[in-house]
Design a protein around this ligand. Sequence first.
Ligand SMILES: C[S@@+](CC[C@H](N)C(=O)[O-])C[C@H]1O[C@@H](n2cnc3c(N)ncnc32)[C@H](O)[C@@H]1O
Length: 215
Amino acid sequence: MKKSLEDHAARFDEKASEYDESKSDEYRACANLVIEHAAPDSSDIVLDLGTGTGAIALALAPDAERVVGRDISEGMMDEAEQKATAEGLENLEFDYGTFREPEYNGEVDVVTSNFAMHHLSDAEKREAIDVIAGLEPQKFVLGDVMFFGEPDPDAAFYSPEVDDPATVGDLADAFTDAGFSLTAVERVHDQVGVLVAERTPAPSADAETGLATDE
Ligand SMILES: C[S@@+](CC[C@H](N)C(=O)[O-])C[C@H]1O[C@@H](n2cnc3c(N)ncnc32)[C@H](O)[C@@H]1O
């Protein structure tokens, strides 16, 4: 991480009240793809990491049983809470938590994150993906700044002084090493994409022993 958690939190606290006003087409496309791929059903619990002002959390709440939002910026989460209240949504909760320590140990079916994990170094992203895998979600939908080609600090979305995006290949390796299978890769821009990682089902006892079933 190029800045401390406290520095990132202060940076987002400062811009929280204006954050929703200046969004690029690529950001919107990325958020929409995260929402579309997350597709929770009415019994699913969603954990949204780096939830910010709740773009993903609020969009998924009407379809999910519950949405848990975690972030390091109280200012961003205050905005999310105000919007949830204004929209009459009651199945959301927001609290402090980081990617590597989400401060959540309950059940979770779908983990989402949009435009947030690129603040972590590649080693920290791997740690975070391992922690998330340990919560045993069926699916992790990650929309973020990521490199499909050579990193280009002169192009949009990548500011080397604060961002530390990974290549799509490194993210794919981290997901598969943590026991996920990559089931979709969506390129929104050379430096923005959405990855869908699903847990590989454990082999059944019959498959392991090679025993045939009656079916
Ligand atoms: C660009 S905003 C994205 C917010 C939201 N997901 C969206 O799509 O609009 C990035 C968010 O990630 C949060 N963040 C940065 N580093 C984090 C970390 N290590 N753990 C949790 N949240 C983090 C920031 O506080 C900020 O709210």
